[in-house]
Design a protein around this ligand. Structure first.
Ligand code: DN4
Ligand code: BGC
Ligand code: ZN
Length: 363
């Protein structure tokens, strides 16, 4: 049996430890991946705190190796491949298919019977370890080695690429764009100021929206500078929400998972507005809607769409955006990575470092 240093929990209870754990090579595994970097996200912290009730261990195990955001290098390959070779930088896919129709066509992100698995989250060991075995079917190649400083953002960005695909589909129920069929002059409000909020805001700018990012407290100067560089306007709504509520919004994207805040800003949506629900927080306090709120959503043709995970195509597109943004914004893109830690620095799972956008672990 082989062993690799791994960061693990016992899901859904939570907790976090690091130790050498067995590495399994299954018959379908035809590649060995050495992990260079892992990204840390709200989901990992939710698993460790025990707040993510849908996380669970692999079958017959009391341990779940966590980690679903990663940048890896191919260490060994045991199959003929025109696409991959030893030394390639790759990003492994989080979700693995079950056997429903969506899973059968590579759209396990839209799994319709819940039988899919997610590395580091639901029933499958993840990527926070020195190395692991996988199948070439579930890795995506980083097209340009110069992207080594930003490619760890591929996994969180792939969710955003899918989120915008969902927006694109649901917004087609009426004319959402302006008279030139663009989104110039349309307003997008993003709730939260973590990594997914930054990536959603950047994608909304990419689409032409005027973008406000908001939180219930101010953000650090360094984060404000990054917002400015990307053309994102940050508003601390606890100080003054008038910039948000006054003119109304066309697209609302939530990364906080806080029902009270979502409902408050849902009521700022203009006619044919769209709410994209993305943040999860099982421990958030409940909030109430009344009959007038329901009338408001009906009268305005408001659409509420939840979105989770993404498919291989979204990883590929995320890498294209990262390549474009790396050259468009220079160093500012890699500044989204606000801290690099050792695998032993387990305190980052329970305490967000100040000024965090994306925290990464370097193996
Ligand atoms: P994160 O960095 O913890 O982001 C959450 C953000 O929401 C932080 O900036 C919070 O602020 C902010 N927030 C919390 N409460 C409020 C509030 N009441 N008003 C305004 N802002 C608030 O996590 P992330 O960016 O990595 O991920 C965002 C969320 O998306 C997490 O819940 C993830 O579990 C979820 N997620 C879903 C998918 C998917 O559906 C994928 C990835 C992540 P602060 O107070 O912490 O500064 O596929
Ligand atoms: C991951 C998704 C996953 C989701 C589960 C996110 O952090 O990026 O791939 O489906 O967590 O909630
Ligand atoms: Zn994540």
């Amino acid at each position: 049996m082989e062993y690799a240093k791994s960061i693990y929990t016992n899901a859904p209870g939570g907790g976090v430890k690091i130790d050498k754990l067995p590495v399994q090579r299954l018959p379908e595994h035809n590649v060995r991946l050495k992990v260079l970097l892992n990204g840390m996200c709200g989901t990992d912290r939710g698993i460790v705190s025990g707040g993510l009730s849908f996380a669970y261990n692999p079958q017959n195990s009391d341990k779940l190796i966590i980690g679903h955001e990663s940048l890896c290098i191919i260490d060994e390959i045991y199959a003929e491949s025109e696409e991959f070779k030893v030394g390639d930088l790759v990003v492994p896919v989080v979700r693995r298919p079950g056997d429903c129709v969506n899973c059968k066509i590579g759209r396990q992100d839209n799994c319709s019977d819940g039988k899919k698995h997610e590395a580091g989250i639901t029933g499958m060991d993840g990527f926070m370890r020195e190395y692991f075995y996988d199948s070439l079917d579930y890795i995506v190649k980083v097209p340009d080695k110069e992207m080594i400083d930003v490619a760890v953002l591929t996994e969180p960005l792939k969710n955003v690429v899918k989120g915008f695909e969902v927006f694109d589909i649901v917004s087609k129920r009426a004319i959402f764009a302006n008279e030139y069929s663009t989104f110039e002059g349309k307003r997008c409000l993003v709730i939260g100021s973590g990594s997914e909020a930054f990536l959603y805001s950047m994608m909304a700018r990419e689409h032409g929206f005027d973008v406000i990012m908001t939180n219930r407290h101010p953000i650090e100067d360094k984060k404000l500078e990054i917002c400015e560089r990307f053309g994102i306007n940050f508003v601390d709504y606890s100080a003054d929400a008038s910039q948000i509520t006054g003119p109304g919004n066309d697209l609302l994207i939530d990364t906080s998972g806080d029902p009270g805040t979502i409902f408050r800003f849902l009521k700022t949506l203009n006619y044919n507005g769209v709410l994209i629900l993305f943040g999860t927080n099982g421990r958030a306090p409940p909030a109430q809607l009344n009959g007038n709120d329901i009338d408001f959503f009906i009268e305005r043709n408001i659409t509420v769409a939840g979105t989770v995970d993404a498919a291989k195509i979204h990883y590929i597109k995320a890498l294209e955006y990262l390549r474009k943004w790396k050259y468009a914004y220079g160093n500012t893109l890699s500044q989204l990575i606000t801290g690099t830690y050792r695998p032993e620095d387990l305190e980052i799972f329970t305490k967000k470092p100040a000024g965090e956008i994306k925290t990464v672990i370097k193996w």
